[in-house]
Design a binder for this molecule. Structure first.
Ligand code: SF4
Length: 327
């Protein structure tokens, strides 16, 4: 059984990612020869414990969504390993993988495209229960219970996705993810398309569900201010690598990596003008041809000569990791 010992403090982490790489070939010419690789995820390691939220933050194109999709089995890893409850996912048989899908669920950014418009809400939120033969009693009862968990009334059961607001549709997506009693939910930009007030409501809902069900989240977002409202720890990703990882308070109040400082500078403060990071720091290079040395060096205000030549090693102290020659 998956994650049966998750409350044991000496057991393996719920999820352990070891030196994970996900590369995509760049094909060129009539013969479609491989001319290079997009190194979307390029040697990433972290753990997520039971009942923990890890925030994964970075600019668009940094590889965070590909990382989430690799963990879900939607992309094939090029290298490294992913252990769920101590067991290697790439080494699992097809049957084991099917069983694993129950334990890792996902909430996507755009619920309108991820909810089948031809299915009513009852069918959407109980589809997984039927697939895994977990329906006891009527589907309607299950649907009403799940909708209640996400703050929606039973009147929603026979309605259709297009009848709801963006926030309500995201609640339906969360109910669907919750239906199989998962251990881990990957939230991929799950609140990015919502108004600020609705974002706060959905984040409060996720926090309540975590407390009620001992859930773990990988919360992926480009917005550090949103991540800081939900995450226990934050991993900062730049061009396929995690450049800093630590407790949320440490990342926000005492960031080490110049890129993390750049993301914090981009967070709007009430009454102050927002600093547009692209204007100050330039645009991110392509992950097809990342710069030599430190990948951030062309944009880094603290770059030294060594930064253009040598890739910095990761250093860690008290669980705070950083990849930068300054440390
Ligand atoms: Fe900046 Fe050098 Fe640190 Fe990279 S290694 S973030 S270029 S100081």
């Amino acid at each position: 059984m998956m994650a049966q010992n998750k409350k044991d403090p000496i057991s393996a982490p719920l999820l352990e990612v070891r030196d994970l790489a996900t590369w995509f070939p760049v094909k060129r010419g009539l013969l479609s020869l491989t001319a290079g690789w997009v190194r979307a995820v390029d040697g990433v390691s972290f753990i997520i414990d039971s009942n923990e939220t890890l925030g994964l933050v970075g600019e668009s194109g940094c590889g965070k969504t590909t990382l989430g999709r690799t963990l879900l089995g939607l992309e094939q890893a090029t290298g490294g390993d992913v252990l769920f409850d101590g067991r290697s996912i790439p080494a699992m048989s097809r049957r084991e993988m099917d069983r694993l899908r129950r334990h890792i669920q996902v909430v996507f950014q755009d619920p309108l495209s991820s909810l089948n418009p031809r299915m009513n809400v009852m069918d959407i939120v109980t589809e997984g229960l039927v697939q895994f033969k977990m329906v006891e009693g009527s589907r309607q009862e299950h649907a009403e219970r799940l909708l209640g968990e996400v703050g929606m009334g039973p009147d929603a059961v026979y309605r259709w996705p297009h009848e709801f607001s963006g926030g309500q549709r995201q609640r339906i997506s969360i109910a669907r993810a919750l239906s199989l009693k998962p251990d881990l939910i990957v939230c991929d930009e799950a609140v990015s398309a919502l108004d600020v007030s609705v974002q706060a409501q959905v984040i409060n809902l996720l926090l309540k569900l975590q407390s009620d069900h001992r859930l773990s989240y990988l919360f992926i977002s480009h917005d550090l201010s949103v991540v800081s409202n939900i995450a226990d720890r934050v991993a900062v990703m730049y061009l396929g690598r995690i450049v800093e990882l630590g407790k949320t308070a440490d990342i926000i109040n005492a960031p080490l990596h110049p890129y993390t400082k750049m993301l914090i500078a981009a967070v709007p403060v009430a009454g102050e003008k927002r600093i547009i990071p692209e204007v100050v720091y330039g645009e991110a290079p392509s992950s097809t041809d990342p710069p030599p040395g430190c990948r951030f060096h062309p944009r880094c205000p603290e770059a030294m000569a060594v930064c253009a030549e040598t890739s910095p090693a990761e250093v860690a102290r008290d669980g705070h990791r950083v990849m930068c020659h300054l440390f």
